[in-house]
Design a protein around this ligand. Structure first.
Ligand SMILES: Nc1ncnc2c1ncn2[C@@H]1O[C@H](COP(=O)(O)OP(=O)(O)O)[C@@H](O)[C@H]1O
Ligand SMILES: [Mg+2]
Length: 315
């Protein structure tokens, strides 16, 4: 559905060094998937989205979207995609219905069809009460819904959503996620950007993690979860060190699956290759009659993997 070939965007700033917002991305998103484009603020998500939606020309490289080249056949691409931008400006004096009618005209639909489709969408997306209300009086959540209606107007094959739930309350977010799932069940491919791992984990089946303009990891949610199982677990055990013979302490380091074992102050620290080692270490402590007064276990989470890949914070 989307295939990028060396897709790159460099912003040349006046009197400041250029910024490579998207750096040679080669990636493909399969038809029928819900793809999560995950990365911290400033990673290059919006810039990628603008390029694949033909709003912004790449500095180099290209992409095929719905089978068409974004540079050579932008109109063919535009006809098949629905874009929900991060922020959208509407003329405040238009009503919700006016806005959709306006976009419908843009798509060349006859007036009757436009009106029918607009009313259906507004009703369906939960703006039924606000059809004739001016957009300047809409709440943030209502504007997001309206933007979503615009994205859906032309019955797209590919729906591109840039941080769709940002600023929504939990109820709005929940409804939104359900809607995305049902659109996916209807066969629409979904490309969704987010800086929230939990969001991507909950709705997407494939993920690409972007950091400083580059894809640093990608695959299915299952793949990422398997990665966790393969990562190490840390456990810290506190016991009265003086009561334990040195040979016993060093024997821990020789157990199967122990990647590291060392004294840290008055506590003992283990890094084990999987969580199934925890009961094994525990049994060994009991066998040696070591009086344990606390055990702390830290499992690696998807969040840890994400933070590790992206260095934590955004810009
Ligand atoms: N029009 C622009 N001019 C200069 N730099 C830009 C422009 N748009 C984005 N950038 C820079 O490109 C990088 C990526 O931005 P963006 O794609 O908006 O990231 P994200 O959507 O992941 O938060 C950032 O460093 C941002 O400051
Ligand atoms: Mg963005």
């Amino acid at each position: 559905m989307i295939v990028t070939e060396g897709l790159t965007k460099v912003f040349k700033n006046f009197r400041r060094p250029p910024v490579t917002a998207v750096d040679n991305i080669n990636y493909s998103v399969d038809e029928g998937t819900i793809f999560g484009y995950l990365g911290p603020n400033g990673a290059g998500k919006t810039t990628t989205i603008k390029m694949i939606s033909t709003i912004l020309p790449p500095t180099s490289g290209t992409a095929r979207v719905c089978g068409y080249d974004i540079i050579k056949q932008p109109l063919e691409v535009k006809k098949r995609i629905g874009l929900m931008p991060e922020n959208s400006g509407f003329y405040g004096n238009l009503t919700g219905l006016n806005v959709l009618m306006y976009y419908g005209e843009f798509y060349g639909k006859p007036k009757k069809v436009r009106r029918q489709r607009s009313l259906e969408l507004l009703e369906d997306i939960g703006l039924g009460d606000a059809i004739y209300r001016k957009v300047k009086n809409y709440s943030h959540g209502m504007r997001k819904r309206l933007t979503f209606c615009v994205a859906l107007f032309n019955e797209p094959d590919l729906l591109i959503l840039d941080e769709p739930t940002s600023g929504l309350d939990p109820q709005g977010t929940y409804e939104f996620r359900n809607r995305i799932r049902s659109l996916s069940n209807e066969g629409i491919t979904i490309f969704l950007s987010s800086h929230l791992l939990t969001e991507v984990e909950q709705i997407c089946d494939m993920v690409g993690i972007i950091h400083q303009g580059k894809i640093v990891d990608s695959g299915s949610i299952d793949y990422l979860q398997k990665k966790i199982e393969g990562s190490s677990t840390e456990m810290t055990v506190a016991f009265q060190m003086d009561d334990v013979a040195d040979e016993v302490l060093s024997s821990f380091g020789e157990m199967d699956g122990i990647k590291a074992a060392q004294k840290v102050g008055k506590e003992y620290f283990f890094r084990v290759d999987s969580k199934k080692r925890i009961p094994e270490v525990n049994n060994e402590l009991v066998r040696n009659k070591i009086g344990v007064y606390s055990i702390n276990v830290k499992h690696v989470s998807l969040e840890d993997i994400y933070l590790n890949l992206t260095g934590g914070g955004g810009k």
